[in-house]
Design a protein around this ligand. Structure first.
Ligand SMILES: [Zn+2]
Ligand SMILES: [Zn+2]
Length: 455
């Protein structure tokens, strides 16, 4: 065990949500050392200044009468946390405060903790039975908590004897006594008020305290700013587009005020409005923004004829693809716009509308190359025919036009239509047009042959 100059005291509370508050721990420390809170804090301060003479935070005694809610995010809590941690040898006292929330909250923690004490009489009665003393829970410090979630009783805030509120602890740190009349704060069970229904934000606050006390919550710096910035980045794109179609999109006006860190009650209320968990927002603001957007999208009544927005990258990619086609030389096949549209999963109409210049260039380029290729093929087929087949036409090998056409289709790879035109051109070239007609007429070639069977 570590040697400390004060009694080692660690926070009470077995359940994470029932963790002790820092102010309550200081009271128990005063009781353990049999001194008043004033004497104890003065002693602690002096002891600390001997070890750390340059620490200005300990120069003034800020807790000569102890505010019960000494567990917020202020500088004094942070200073006393360091002092008491060193004095008692408890390294994890930060679990008894809301200090980890400091980076996410504004206004120095205003609204985070109550002005005075509040306690569950049944919890205190249980404490007296089990450990012989009472202690205050960190959860009770949150103003949203109006009842004990465990016993379902309204939290007490007044002395049952004198009726006074408890703005501070008993000067000797005896938490079961009234700070004013010094009588017991334990009210008889007959006066306890039953409250069966959970209060608004109670569940969120219980979870927050549980996460804080188990040390699992790592609060992102500027969590609220990150959340709002991410959220509006997503929503602005959608909002703009939909509001164009006479739809009232849920665009939240973004002001400077929204980007400043909120007070604790504002943070909790806004989380509820956004439908997200405060713990989620504090630990992963960007992820929480995505979830909030999902809710907004689900809420949106998008018109059924709305088409999905194409990402701008797709348009760039399409333009690049078309320019590649435009660079092709004669002899290469140019892809049609329909094929490109199919390739990218868009419609031809989308291409015509978005890239009209490029598409008309593609069309004329494709036509020009096709014509060049067609005429090259034509010349090739004529050369092939003049090199042999038509020289002794009609022959036994090529008795008719169809035979010549078949030969061109097979040997030059042309279609039937183009092959026919090539045959006709070759024959015209071979016999001058008029002489050829005469030749056909003289040889009766234009008439179908009459099949004569054997007699
Ligand atoms: Zn209780
Ligand atoms: Zn009293």
């Amino acid at each position: 065990m570590m040697m400390t100059e004060y009694f080692p005291i660690s926070p009470l509370g077995e359940e994470p949500s029932a963790i002790e508050a820092f102010g309550s721990l200081l009271c128990r420390m005063a009781v353990a050392h049999s001194v008043s809170i004033y004497v104890m804090t003065t002693h602690l301060r002096k002891w600390w200044l001997l070890k750390n003479p340059l620490d200005n935070r300990a120069k003034i005694n800020v807790i000569n009468t102890l505010n019960p809610m000494f567990c917020g995010i202020g500088a004094n809590v942070s200073a006393y946390l360091d002092i008491v941690s060193a004095a008692t040898g408890s390294p994890d006292l930060i679990r008894t405060t809301f200090l980890p929330l400091g980076t996410a909250l504004g206004s120095n923690g205003v609204g985070l903790v109550r002005d005075g004490r509040a306690w569950c009489p049944a919890c205190h009665a249980d404490d007296l039975r089990s450990i012989g003393a009472v202690y205050d829970r960190l959860l009770w410090a949150i103003p949203f908590i109006g009842r004990c979630p465990e016993h379902k009783l309204t939290l007490e805030a007044n002395c049952p004897q004198c009726g006074a509120l408890q703005p501070r602890y008993h000067h000797l740190g005896r938490m079961h006594l009234c700070c004013r009349c010094k009588h017991s704060l334990q009210a008889p069970p007959s006066s306890w008020r039953h409250d069966p229904n959970p209060h608004l934000h109670e569940k969120e606050c219980v979870q927050l305290v549980s996460e804080l006390s188990s040390g699992q919550l790592v609060v992102a710096k500027d969590a609220w700013q990150i959340f709002i910035r991410e959220f509006s980045t997503y929503m602005n794109a959608v909002g703009k587009k939909i509001s164009k179609y006479a739809y009232d999109a849920p665009r939240r006006p973004q002001t400077n005020r929204e980007i400043t860190p909120p007070r604790f009650p504002t943070l909790i209320r806004r989380c509820t409005a956004f439908g997200i968990n405060p713990v989620h927002l504090l630990s992963d603001p960007a992820g929480a923004a995505k979830s909030a957007c999902m809710f907004e999208f689900a809420r949106l009544d998008v018109p059924i004829d709305r088409k999905p927005l194409r990402p701008p990258e797709l348009l760039k990619e399409l333009r690049r693809r078309i320019l590649k086609e435009l660079k092709k030389k004669a002899g290469q096949r140019v892809t049609s716009k329909a094929a490109i549209a199919r390739e990218f999963g868009v419609s031809v109409g989308f291409l015509n509308y978005k890239l009209s210049d490029e598409i008309s260039q593609l069309g004329s380029h494709r036509r020009r190359l096709d014509q060049m290729m067609a005429s090259a093929n034509h010349q090739r087929a004529i050369a092939y025919l003049l090199a042999g087949p038509v020289l002794d036409y009609p022959s036994t090998k090529f008795p008719s036009h169809d035979h010549l056409v078949t030969a061109v289709v097979n040997d030059c790879g042309l279609g039937v239509y183009r092959a026919r035109r090539a045959v006709s051109a070759a024959l015209t070239k071979m016999f001058s047009s008029r002489a050829y007609k005469k030749y056909r007429k003289a040889n009766n070639l234009h008439k179908p042959r009459i099949q004569t069977g054997p007699t």
